[in-house]
Structures are given as structure tokens and as C-alpha cells.
Design a protein around this ligand. Structure first.
Ligand SMILES: [Zn+2]
Length: 387
């Protein structure tokens, strides 16, 4: 693994997408332009987002998920057996359509825009999930690279939809076997390519823990048969550990936040990491990449019991706001965490991506740049103090 400075600055994954890029993405989906034509546009955008991160002082860069429609739907292009379906199309299969529509409206979720990859046939790999993305970044940048991929639990849970998937896989557990095998191969291939940091995205864990019957996120479209949260969390741990079994030599992390689809903080989930931590620390990954800047993430004291058990990717800026956090705020947040984690276990990142969904950047490029830059400035101050 590459040597890193103390308090390495990184991103969670997505960076804002330009209007040109979103247009090209839609044309590609509609079959109006070829993959090659789309990639010509995306290549330029990835280079631009790498330059932005480097200029801001980011130590571990990502391709900004510029080639993806969102952090998990893009897998339909990489796997056989899946179909991209809008939440509005899934509504036709939902057990209680009227209720789901009402929930989506109340949550400010654009059901017309968000697309989910749904399993409709035996899942097999066309190509790696992110190997093309990683190869391009490695070719265009000398800095350490992070590649976010969907976690095994999320991929299984959000892709298995009753009425569509059960003809091929009797249950989510049956599907999970193939998902785990595909992700294992991916991790090994990314490691082989020299990727420094592989991040599994598992945001629906917060849905499982904090979602109430009356307040569910858009992912509820794929969670109609949700079981007890404990069972779901145990399943998430089991699938992660099956994916990672025996794999070492590459930094891995799991990212959990409480939703990043709206700038309206009040519609996003709320709750501290207390109920989740006993499970997250059982996952065979190096780092927990957590949203901690938003007050919705609750008190940091919950980490006391799990001091130094993992590295922490500490969310220190809110990607969804225009207000810029100060270096002072970031430094004091880190100092709070230093009660529980050694300095070399703390990485700094925004709470989540700046453009989780292509249709919904939560910030623009200028805003993202300022937020990353202030993190890098805070890191410099901290490095002086803790060197
Ligand atoms: Zn997130």
C-alpha cells in the first residue's frame, strides 16, 4: 500500500456531473450514442474532476463516478441478468403502490429519475464492475486511487425484487451467492491493478436501522419484505466477510450514510452509529467511512467503545450545503475523535458524494472544490500538530 500522510484527505466517491455529461449519459441510455461516444465525453470529465481534486489537495482521488448514473445502478452495464428500472416502473409491482407513491413524495425523492438495477435473470459478469474506471484513473493520475463499489448487501437487497427476481433466485440469500462471487473477483482484480482503496457502499444499512414504517427511503422499493434490523445487519456482515475472506494487501472500507438524495436535511434519516457499530466492526474491512459532519449523525461518543478497532473515514463537511465549514470546525471535530482513535487511523472526507445521483448533484464543482480545499487545509494544520 502507498505511504500516506497523516490525516489523508479523500472523497467518498461521486463528484458533481456537468450538464454535458448528464446529457451524454441519457443519450447513451436511450441508445442515441455509442459507449465509445459516451466515453469520449466522460474521459474529459474524469480528467477535469481529477484536476479539481488534485488542485484542492486531495490525497486519495476517485474518478468522481462520472461514468455512472448513480453509485449502484451503473452495474447493469457490467453484468448480465439485470435491468435498470425506474422507481416509478417498480411502483407497478409494489404491494402497496399508493402508499409508496405518497412516501416518495413526502421524502422529496424523484421517483421518475432514480433507477434501480433489478435482477431478472441469472447474474453473470460481462466485464469488471469498475476495472475500466480504475484503469483510466491510474493512467491519468499518479496519486493513490479510491474505487467505490456497491457493497454485497446493498447489491443483493436492492436488486432482488419480488415479482421480478424470484423466478431466477428464490430469495435474496440465493442471489447473494452470485453477488459475493462477482464482488470477490472485482476486489482481487482491483488489487492486482494497484488500486489503493476499495470502498464498499452500504448506505441502505441506515435505512434498515433508522427507517421507520412511516419514513422509508427510496430504497424501500426494493425492501418490501424487510426483516428485523438485526437479521439484516447480520446478513450484511456475513456477505461482506464472505466477499473479503482471505483477501489482504489492499485497503478496504465500508461507507454508510443516511441518504444523500436531497438538500432538505429534514427528509433524510437521523440517528447515531450506536446501533450499527457492533456490526460494522465485525466486517473484515480496514475502514469505516462515515458521515459525521451533519448533526443527524448524532454524537461521536458512540465510538468510545470501539476505539481503534478500525480506521475511520471521518465525514467533516456536509456535501449538501452552500455554507463552507471552517478549518477550525474540522480541526476540533478531529480532536474530538482523537479521544477514541490514534492519529494514523483517521482519514478525512466529506460526509458523502457530491453527486450521488446523476440527476441530482447536491453541490456544484465550485462548491465541491471549496469543501475539499478546506479539508486539505485542516489536514495541514493537524499534521503539524500531530507529526
Ligand atoms: Zn453516502
Amino acid at each position: 500500500m502507498t505511504d500516506l500522510p497523516l490525516f489523508p484527505v479523500t472523497v467518498v466517491g461521486s463528484m458533481p456531473r456537468s450538464a454535458d455529461l448528464v446529457r451524454a449519459l441519457r443519450k447513451k441510455e436511450a441508445g442515441e450514442i455509442s459507449f465509445e461516444e459516451f466515453n469520449a465525453v466522460a474521459d474529459k470529465e474524469v480528467v477535469a474532476t481529477l484536476e479539481l481534486q488534485i488542485e484542492a489537495g486531495v490525497d486519495i482521488v476517485s474518478d468522481g463516478e462520472q461514468r455512472r448514473d448513480n453509485f449502484y445502478s451503473y452495474v447493469v452495464d457490467k453484468l448480465h441478468g439485470m435491468q435498470l428500472m425506474k422507481v416509478s416502473e417498480l411502483l407497478d409491482y409494489a404491494k402497496d403502490r399508493a402508499r409508496l407513491e405518497e412516501v416518495l413524495r413526502a421524502l422529496d425523492v424523484p421517483a421518475f429519475a432514480i433507477r434501480s438495477p433489478i435482477v431478472i435473470d441469472k447474474l453473470t459478469k460481462k466485464t469488471g464492475l469498475s476495472l475500466d474506471e480504475a484503469a483510466f484513473v491510474k493512467e491519468h493520475c499518479d496519486l493513490p486511487v479510491k474505487v467505490p463499489i456497491p457493497g454485497p448487501y446493498m447489491l443483493t437487497r436492492s436488486a432482488w425484487f419480488e415479482g421480478l427476481s424470484d423466478k431466477v433466485y428464490s430469495s435474496p440469500d440465493a442471489l447473494a451467492e452470485d453477488v459475493v462471487a462477482i464482488l470477490r473477483e472485482e476486489v482481487l482484480a482491483l488489487k492486482e491493478m494497484g488500486v489503493d482503496f476499495i470502498q464498499f457502499d452500504e448506505p441502505i444499512l441506515s435505512q434498515v436501522v433508522f427507517g421507520e414504517e412511516s419514513k422509508e427511503t427510496f430504497m424501500c422499493a426494493a425492501l418490501p419484505d424487510r426483516r428485523d434490523p438485526t437479521e439484516e445487519l447480520e446478513m450484511a456482515v456475513r456477505l461482506m466477510n464472505e466477499t473479503m475472506e482471505g483477501i489482504t494487501g489492499v485497503r478496504t472500507g465500508v461507507h454508510v450514510c443516511r441518504g444523500n438524495w436531497s438538500r432538505k436535511e429534514e427528509v433524510l434519516l437521523t440517528g447515531n452509529y450506536g446501533p450499527m457499530l457492533p456490526y460494522l466492526v465485525q466486517m473484515n474491512v480496514d475502514q469505516l467511512v462515515l458521515e459525521c459532519a451533519t448533526p443527524r449523525a448524532g454524537e461521536m461518543e458512540v465510538f468510545k467503545e470501539y476505539a481503534n478497532e478500525k480506521e475511520i473515514g471521518l465525514g467533516v463537511v456536509n456535501p449538501r450545503t452552500d455554507e463552507l465549514e471552517s478549518t477550525g470546525q474540522i480541526v476540533s471535530r478531529v480532536k474530538e475523535l482523537l479521544q477514541y482513535f490514534d492519529a494514523d487511523k483517521i482519514f478525512l472526507n466529506p460526509d458523502c458524494g457530491f453527486g450521488t445521483f446523476a440527476e441530482r448533484n447536491v453541490n456544484d464543482a465550485a462548491g465541491a472544490f471549496k469543501k475539499l480545499k478546506v479539508i486539505a487545509e485542516a489536514a495541514k494544520i493537524l499534521r503539524k500538530e500531530y507529526a
